[in-house]
Every structure is written in structure tokens, then in C-alpha cells.
Design a protein around this ligand. Structure first.
Ligand code: AMP
Ligand code: MN
Ligand code: MN
Length: 325
């Protein structure tokens, strides 16, 4: 890859690096950040990670103490180079934008189809399962030693973005990358335990409330579930720890699009997460509301009450499903 040598030149030439990702970072976002953090640190660089949103509980075990700044707690040092990982547009890094110096070089590494190539260097491809898979190729090309810390972080990226190797992005390359990471010492048992098998009792109680909201629409081809502010307050669950609930509606037999609606952003705005199958493209629907993502997993934020937002999104989904027939 020609851009990889350009990235390598920049890494050699500069000293102060900032790594960031999209708002409400997921496993690929955090795993990729942590892996790149270790790689740059091992090269003797000054590195910090700055994110808009808190780290979900299930990913905290891979984040070294005090390397991650969460807005508004910003680092004092001015970065010369900014890595934006798993982030389709510069807007998606959220409030972290405020701490990007005007003259910083931006390196954009991502796998979203909706990526806008906003960097000075862009390593963007949508035929990989995760941003972590791209980073692994870059590290291999740069002949960077993959330590067990780097391997574990990249394994988190790949295992979460493939839905534990169940989504259509589970390619032979994704599985080979995971196998290679385990050879490098990725602690996969620890990943499984922390990411999938350590639910708090509060989260299980929230699941019960959320399951009670499930509804089928449009000849049972669309399923919706809700998370309201009231449910979060009642069960004392942090909204950032509710991302995995998006897997519930799409798991229903015969459903083509699953939608999770969450009251978690500004008042009177709803975060919508869509998951799909059978060739139905939710990225196109998310784009109509200023969002984006991938063909089978996309999201957006829509103004209105949860009831109104459900109506808006169902109307667009039904239109798109009719066209597909
Ligand atoms: P989510 O529904 O937030 O779990 O996101 C599903 C996928 O869509 C992830 O790859 C996100 O990064 C992406 N995504 C979610 N919301 C947006 C948005 N507003 N703009 C662009 N991509 C998004
Ligand atoms: Mn992501
Ligand atoms: Mn990703």
C-alpha cells in the first residue's frame, strides 16, 4: 500500500500523536486506538487518546490507566499528527474536534462505506471486517512487533465488529487475522469473559425492560425496541453500555431490519441503530437522516420524541423495503 509508506514517513518525522475515534466508541474503535497507542509508544513517541464519549464498561480492561482523555478533560500537549480511526467523517469525532490543532496532519484509517476521505492521508477500504484488520495489515507492512497487548486490542476490534464471527464480514481474511493475533498472544479468553460474559445485574434488568418494548411492523419484516431515559434511570445503567441491545430485534426469525431507538443524546433527540440482512442496505436509510455506517449496520440521530422518531424511521424503511420487493 503506497499510503502506508507515507504514514510511516510521518511517524518517523514527528513526535506528538493524538488518536481519536467516533462518538460512542465501540469495540473496533477502542481496540484500534489502544493497539495504535501501544505501537507508537513502543516506537518512543508521545501519544494520547482523546474521545468524545466514555469507554463502555466491557472494553475498559484493554485501556491502560490514564492514557485516555474523555472530553472535556483534554491533554495539555498540542499534537502534530492526529489519527482518526473507524470514523467516517470529521464531524463524527464529536467534541474532540476542538482539540485538533489547525496545522496538524490528519491520518484517516477506516472501513465505513460512508467515509469522506477527510484526512491528509486516507487509508480507507470497506472490504475488511474492522478498522483493526486494516491496522494489522499496516503494522505487518511496517514490520511492527505485534505484542500481546497490541494483539489483544486488535482481537477485540475484530471479534466485536464481526459480531463474534457471525456477520457477513466474517471473511477468510478476518479469521486468518484473528488466528494470527492469537498466535501473537491475544488473550482471547479474557476478551470473551469481559466483552460477552460479564453483564451487570442492572444491565440484565434493563434487558428485561427493553424486551418488553419489542414490536413487529410491516408484515413482521421490521422489529423495533426502545431504551428510554426512564428505563436507564430505573435500572441505573449508563447509556454508553447499551450498544449491544441493537442485536436483539434483528435476531427475530423472518425480520429483515432490526431497529434500536435510544433516548441518550440531547433532549428530544433519539439515537437510532439499524441492523439488517438479506441484502437490505440500512446505510442508505441512515444517510437520509444525516447518518451512515455499513450496508448491514448503520445509525443516525433524529430530532423528536421516541414515538415520532419511530414513525419517521419506519416510513423510510417501509419505502425502501417496497422498492426492494
Ligand atoms: P450504531 O448503530 O451506532 O451501533 O452504528 C452502526 C454502524 O454505523 C457503526 O459502524 C457506526 O460507526 C455507524 N454509524 C452510526 N451512526 C452514524 C452516523 N451518524 N454517521 C455515520 N456513521 C454512523
Ligand atoms: Mn465503530
Ligand atoms: Mn468498525
Amino acid at each position: 500500500m503506497i499510503q502506508v509508506s507515507a504514514v510511516y514517513d510521518i511517524i518517523k518525522r514527528y513526535y506528538r500523536f493524538l488518536i481519536t475515534t467516533h462518538v460512542r466508541a465501540d469495540g473496533d474503535a477502542i481496540g484500534s486506538e489502544v493497539a495504535l497507542y501501544h505501537a507508537l509508544k513502543n516506537m518512543g513517541k508521545s501519544v494520547c487518546i482523546v474521545n468524545d464519549s466514555a469507554v463502555p464498561q466491557i472494553y475498559k480492561f484493554i485501556v491502560p490507566n490514564s492514557v485516555m482523555h474523555i472530553y472535556p478533560e483534554l491533554p495539555k500537549e498540542q499534537a502534530e499528527v492526529v489519527f482518526a480511526l473507524d470514523c467516517p467523517t470529521l464531524d463524527r469525532i464529536g467534541k474532540t474536534r476542538e482539540c485538533i490543532p489547525k496545522d496538524a496532519k490528519i491520518i484517516n484509517i477506516d472501513h465505513h462505506i460512508s467515509n469522506e476521505n477527510f484526512g491528509n492521508i486516507n487509508i480507507v477500504t470497506d472490504d475488511v471486517c474492522a478498522t483493526g484488520e486494516i491496522l494489522l495489515s499496516i503494522f505487518k507492512e511496517m514490520k511492527i512487533n505485534i505484542s500481546p497487548y497490541i494483539a489483544t486490542a486488535l482481537y477485540v476490534a475484530i471479534v466485536t465488529d464481526t459480531g463474534r464471527f457471525t456477520h457477513t464480514n466474517t471473511t477468510p481474511e478476518a479469521l486468518k487475522a484473528a488466528a494470527f493475533l492469537i498466535e501473537c498472544g491475544a488473550r482471547h479468553n479474557e476478551v470473551t469473559k469481559n466483552v460477552y460474559n460479564t453483564n451487570s445485574f442492572n444491565l440484565i434488568q434493563l434487558n428485561a425492560h427493553v424486551l418488553n418494548t419489542v414490536k413487529l411492523h410491516f408484515e413482521n419484516r421490521i422489529a423495533t425496541v426502545w431504551v428510554t431515559k426512564e428505563m436507564l434511570e430505573k435500572t441505573k445503567v449508563d447509556a454508553i453500555d447499551t450498544q449491544e441491545l441493537a442485536d436483539i430485534p434483528i435476531s427475530i426469525e423472518g425480520v429483515c431490519v432490526g431497529v434500536l431507538l435510544r433516548e441518550m443524546t440531547q433532549p428530544n433527540w433519539v439515537k437510532v441503530s439499524m441492523r439488517s440482512r438479506n441484502g437490505f442496505d440500512v446505510n442508505n436509510v441512515a444517510k437520509k437522516f444525516g447518518g451512515g455506517g455499513h450496508k448491514y449496520a448503520a445509525g443516525c440521530e433524529i430530532q423528536g420524541s421516541i414515538v415520532e422518531v419511530q414513525k419517521f424511521i419506519l416510513a423510510e424503511l417501509e419505502k425502501a423495503l417496497l422498492q426492494k420487493k
